[in-house]
Design a protein around this ligand. Sequence first.
Ligand SMILES: CC(C)(COP(=O)(O)OP(=O)(O)OC[C@H]1O[C@@H](n2cnc3c(N)ncnc32)[C@H](O)[C@@H]1OP(=O)(O)O)[C@@H](O)C(=O)NCCC(=O)NCCS
Length: 181
Amino acid sequence: MGETLTLRPWLDEDAAALVTAFAGVGMASQAGRPVHTEDDARQWMTGWDRAAEEGSGFAFAVERGGEVVGNVAVAAIERRHDTGWVSYWTTARARGQGVATMAAATMAEWAFGRLGLFRLELGHRGDNQVSCRVAAAAGFRFEGLERSKLRYGDVRYDVELHARLATDPRPPGGTGTVVEV
Ligand SMILES: CC(C)(COP(=O)(O)OP(=O)(O)OC[C@H]1O[C@@H](n2cnc3c(N)ncnc32)[C@H](O)[C@@H]1OP(=O)(O)O)[C@@H](O)C(=O)NCCC(=O)NCCS
C-alpha cells in the first residue's frame, strides 16, 4: 500500500461515514447493535468512549488521505494476563488495498507498546478467509478452531483463532501512525 494510514479517535462528525460503512457487505455482524442511523453511530462511538475511560477497549478510525477507510479496535482488555481482542473492518471502497492489514499491524504495535499488552487475540469465521489473510499478514498466527462458537440467525459458525505475542517477530509490512486525543 503506497499511502500511509493514521489511526485516530472517532469523532462526532464521522457519524455519517459510519452509517455508510455499516451498510457494507459483511458488516451486520461487526457491531453489537445495528448501526443504521447517525444516532446509532453516535451510540456506537459512545460505547467505545466508555470502554476507553474504563481502560477495557480502544477503537480507532483508520484514515487515509483525509478519508475514513475503516476501524481497528482492541477490546476485552484483561490486565491480569495483559491480553486483548483485536477486530477490524474496512469500508467497501477501500477493500483489497492492504488497509486492514496495515491497521491491524499498527494496532498491535500500539497495544504492545502503549498499553503494555502481551497477547492479542482475534477470531474470524471459517468462511471469512480474507480476514484470515489479514490476520496472518499482520503477524497473528493461527492457533486453532473454535467449533460452532458464533450464531448468526439460525446458523452457527466455526471460528478460527489467531494470536500475536509481544515477543513474536514483526511482520514484513509497514505500519501507520497513531494519533491519540
Ligand atoms: C475482512 C476485511 C477487514 C479485509 O479488509 P481489507 O482492507 O480488504 O484487507 P486487505 O486489503 O488488507 O487484504 C488482506 C488480504 O486479503 C486479500 N483480499 C482482500 N479483499 C479480497 C477479496 N475481495 N477477495 C479475495 N481476496 C481479498 C488481499 O489481497 C490480501 O491478501 P494478501 O495479503 O495475500 O495479498 C474487509 O473485507 C471487511 O471489513 N469485511 C467485513 C468485516 C469483516 O469481515 N471484518 C473482519 C471480521 S473477523
